[in-house]
Every structure is written in C-alpha cells, then in structure tokens.
Design a protein around this ligand. Structure first.
Ligand code: ZN
Length: 279
C-alpha cells in the first residue's frame, strides 16, 4: 500500500443501493443511519421498489441521509440519430428526477454500440452530454461521467480511461460536469496517478467509487468484491484523489452477487469495518 490517507469517517461514506440489493430502500437506509453512514446513492430500481421518487425521498430524508448520486443515465451511443435524441430526452428526465430526489449528481454510463466505431461513439457521448448540460445547470445536478473498464468497450462504454473522460469534459465548456473515478474501472491504468492529478488540476473529479477486483472473478457485471477481498489498492487510490483535491464522499458500490446471498445487516457491519481497514 502507498502512504495512506486518514482513516475515513463513515459520515462521508455513502453506500449504493445495488450494494445491498436484497434490502428494501427503507431497510437499507435505516441500517446505514444506525451505523453512522452519511449517505446513500440510489439506483433507479430502488426508486421503483420504493414506489416512486417522492416516496424514495421521504425514506432517505427520514433516515437523515444525503444522496450523492442517482444511478444511472447516459447510454448516448447509437447509429440511429433518433435513438440518440431519445437518450438526450431520457437523460433530461433523469436530471429532473435527481433534483426531485435531492441527489447531487447523475452517474453517466457513456454507452457503446457494436455498429459504431469507438472514436465515433465518443463523439456521440460528447454531443449527448452537450445536449443535457444546460438542463443540468438549470436543475442544479452534476453529470458524473464514468469511464468503464475496457472489457465493456463493446457494449457499455466507449470511454474506457480517465484520460478519455477528461478529454470529453474539457471539450464541453462550463457547467456541472466531472468524472467519476471508480476503482473497479481504472485501477489497471499505468497512468492512474498522473491522470488523477490532471483531473484534479482541471477541477473535474466529482465522485469516488470503491469496491474491489476479485482475482478469481466469475462475472464481469455482478462479481465485484468488497474492499479488502481483492487486488485493488483502494486506500492508495483514495490517497491519489484526495491529494488531487477531492474531498467528497466515498461511495461503496459493490455489485457483488456473492455478498447478496448473506445476511445484509451483518454485511453492512462488514462494509463499515472495511471502510476503516481497507479503503
Ligand atoms: Zn461506479
């Protein structure tokens, strides 16, 4: 491990609803609040389960939690111009929903399509973000562009490194946009420290997502690890983003089927412990 940052206070840790997928939003929020976590990042599925945005907001507010992010929009890449326009409309609605929920940002999964070359896809992403940037400003919600690991280049994201994320943000003038640094997607990058520093210098780090990469991973979507169970130096990367000026929430986003099988309240205890010992 590199020289470590200070131990995290749980009040600046938010847990993504997908991390404890079997729990209702209400049970998750009560569990988080009882353990001193500061926030919950809400996936759209959890809003549906809660019965709607107003209902979800009442639950989150009742538990005294902040909402760093609504997850997730984006998917701007398509060979069909009508589909690209539809994606922009959908993302505007998602920004409205985030504002109603009181979320600080919307996580943007860039998108990718088998019939659009990657470089052209990045143009679609840039144009898509450009199409919603004003709306983000108007509703006071930040667009958190999340580069995804290169293994998703063929179907989910043509933006696969922090450098590509930064370049897109830098082409868009002004406004509420930044890059979400998710350790799962960027830990392999030989330029990681330099790129995080460059992002920080540009004022573009808007989120830090924590989980781990299991060396025996079985599924590229649903087999992420809890911090400390895998091979990523999560603490070292947190040190990098904090040295680059980021002082926002640490968001625990473990899309991990093997953890969903167990008792979720005991899992929340374990998450709290790993935030202290391995993040
Ligand atoms: Zn993420």
């Amino acid at each position: 491990m590199s020289e470590g940052p200070d131990q995290i206070d749980l009040s600046r840790v938010a847990v993504h609803t997908i991390t404890c997928k079997p729990l209702s939003l209400r049970d998750l929020c009560e569990g988080l609040s009882a353990r001193g976590f500061g926030g919950v990042s809400v996936w759209r599925e959890a809003i549906d389960e809660a019965g709607g945005t107003a209902e979800a907001k009442a639950i989150v507010d009742g538990a005294g939690l902040r909402v760093p992010a609504l997850v997730r929009g984006g998917f701007f890449v398509s060979a069909d111009p009508e589909e690209r326009a539809t994606a922009i409309d959908e993302n505007r609605r998602l920004l409205d929903q985030a504002a109603e929920l009181g979320a600080e940002m919307v996580v943007i999964v860039p998108g990718s399509s088998s019939d659009v070359p990657l470089a052209e896809g990045r143009e679609h992403v840039t144009r898509g973000l450009e199409g919603v940037l004003n709306h983000a400003e108007n509703v006071g919600v930040t667009l958190a562009l999340e580069p995804l690991h290169p293994m998703y280049a063929g179907d989910r994201s043509c933006v696969n490194s922090l450098a590509q994320g930064r370049e897109i943000c830098e082409r868009l003038t002004g406004g509420r946009i930044g890059v979400a640094v998710d350790v799962y997607h960027v830990w392999w990058d030989p330029d990681l420290e330099r790129e995080i520093a460059a992002l920080g210098k540009a004022g573009l780090i808007c989120a830090f997502h924590a989980c781990d990469w299991l060396s025996d991973t079985q599924n590229r979507l649903t087999d992420r690890g809890l911090m400390g169970d895998g091979v990523i130096d999560v603490c070292g990367i947190r040190g990098m983003v904090e040295r680059a000026g980021f002082d926002g929430d640490v968001e625990v986003e473990v899309i991990g089927e093997r953890y969903w099988a167990g008792d979720q309240m005991a899992y929340l205890d374990q998450i709290a412990e790993r935030c202290r010992s391995a993040t």
